[in-house]
Write a protein that binds this ligand. Structure first.
Ligand code: AQP
Length: 343
């Protein structure tokens, strides 16, 4: 088989597990919008099959899917420029995931730190799906021959596994470059937004304390309260980045501010060095409210018309299938599966 040249195609996904927060926004969705604006071929997926790797109430899941679609659109993703759809609408994802379950090695998946974090001490009781999650993620990406994946830093290890799966498949079946080796695109200023109460943990939807994160739909007062209560230390804002990096909670707040106003953390230090965090926090709350306020308003307007949201997802799924189905067909053929006999 001749070596394929893959054109640049961007794919990423977000789980519809409620509480879309500042980490998801700055680490992922804001980046999606920038990439769309640059005129790339972009696909953005609501990964509902990933969501069910842990228990989800079906009614809540359904409304979280619409809420996430509304969030995508409210943040600036445009269904005329990007393919917006839901994972479970396109069967290519699960078809390829099974094949990748047979390509990935137990040892590779055993090394995934996210499984260890999410399964916690109760590993024996975690779902098989939670363990195999990275193989489904590899399928999400490779079912489209995507070449670039904008993700937060926490997903870097999963993306490396995607590359390992692609390489092993191409080698095992002697199809050089059939699957591309996708590259991560990681936001530079704030690749990992940390928990507001504990700078050693990432901000996350599943943290039991709502005060640990800024949700994209939090109102002005709640944002101000969460920022005011965010953990810092007694020291003033330093002049030097090296000093800031030794203080995880302080570092997090400075990075969030820099990322929101599109400057470097050094620029923020230059402006605020020597000042106490009690002076800086109201400024941070102000920029958060001016960035998230209009998004939240737009989400609520969009949610008043659920049929229109469903229409966007249905049309997106048709476009997604058009790209992935021929790739799945070729994959079956490479594997010698009987799916091709009748074709
Ligand atoms: N704290 C974060 N900082 C930067 N990026 C982040 N992402 C998540 N948390 C942060 C990025 O958001 C995208 C979507 O994530 P996801 O929905 O697939 O789930 P996740 O990574 O497991 O995010 P959560 O919020 O932490 O959910 P739970 O609590 O359910 O585990 C990804 O690109 C991710 O990198």
């Amino acid at each position: 088989m001749k070596i394929k040249q893959h054109k640049k195609r961007i794919f990423s996904g977000v789980q519809p597990t409620g509480n879309i927060h500042l980490g998801n926004y700055l680490g992922a969705v804001k980046n999606f919008v920038k990439l769309q604006r640059l005129g790339n071929e972009t696909l953005f997926c609501i990964v509902d099959l990933h969501a069910i790797t842990v228990w989800q109430d079906p009614k809540v899941l359904q409304s979280s899917i619409r809420e996430l679609a509304a969030t995508f659109i409210a943040c600036g993703l445009d269904s005329k420029k990007s393919v917006l759809f839901s994972q479970s609408q396109v069967s290519s994802h699960v078809e390829l995931a099974w094949i990748f379950n047979c390509v990935a090695r137990m040892g590779w998946l055993n090394r995934m730190t996210q499984f260890k974090d999410k399964a916690g001490k109760n590993k024996e009781n975690a779902s098989v799906g939670l363990f195999a999650y990275p193989a489904l993620m590899a399928a999400d990406i490779l079912a489209y021959h995507a070449t670039h994946v904008p993700v937060g830093e926490d997903q870097k290890q999963h993306l490396e596994l995607t590359r390992d799966i692609a390489t092993k498949f191409n080698n095992d079946f002697q199809v050089p470059n059939f699957f591309p080796n996708p590259e991560p695109i990681i936001e530079q200023i704030a690749p990992r937004i940390m928990n507001l109460r504990d700078g050693s943990k990432k901000m996350s939807k599943s943290d039991t304390s709502d005060m640990s994160r800024i949700n994209i739909q939090d109102n002005k007062d709640l944002i101000a309260l969460k920022v005011r209560k965010a953990k810092t230390d007694q020291e003033p804002i330093p002049e030097d980045i090296v000093d800031l990096e030794k203080r995880p909670e302080a570092n997090n707040l400075i990075n969030i501010y820099a990322s929101l106003i599109d400057c470097t953390p050094k620029d923020v230090l230059t402006e605020y060095c020597g000042q106490p965090f009690s002076n800086f926090k109201p400024k941070l709350a102000e920029v958060l409210v001016s960035e998230l306020g209009p998004i939240s308003k737009k989400i609520n307007q969009l949610l008043e018309h659920p049929d229109e949201i469903d229409k966007v997802l249905n049309e997106g799924a048709i476009k997604a299938k058009k790209i992935s189905e021929p790739i799945i067909k070729d994959t079956y053929k490479i594997l010698g599966l009987s799916n091709n006999i009748s074709n």
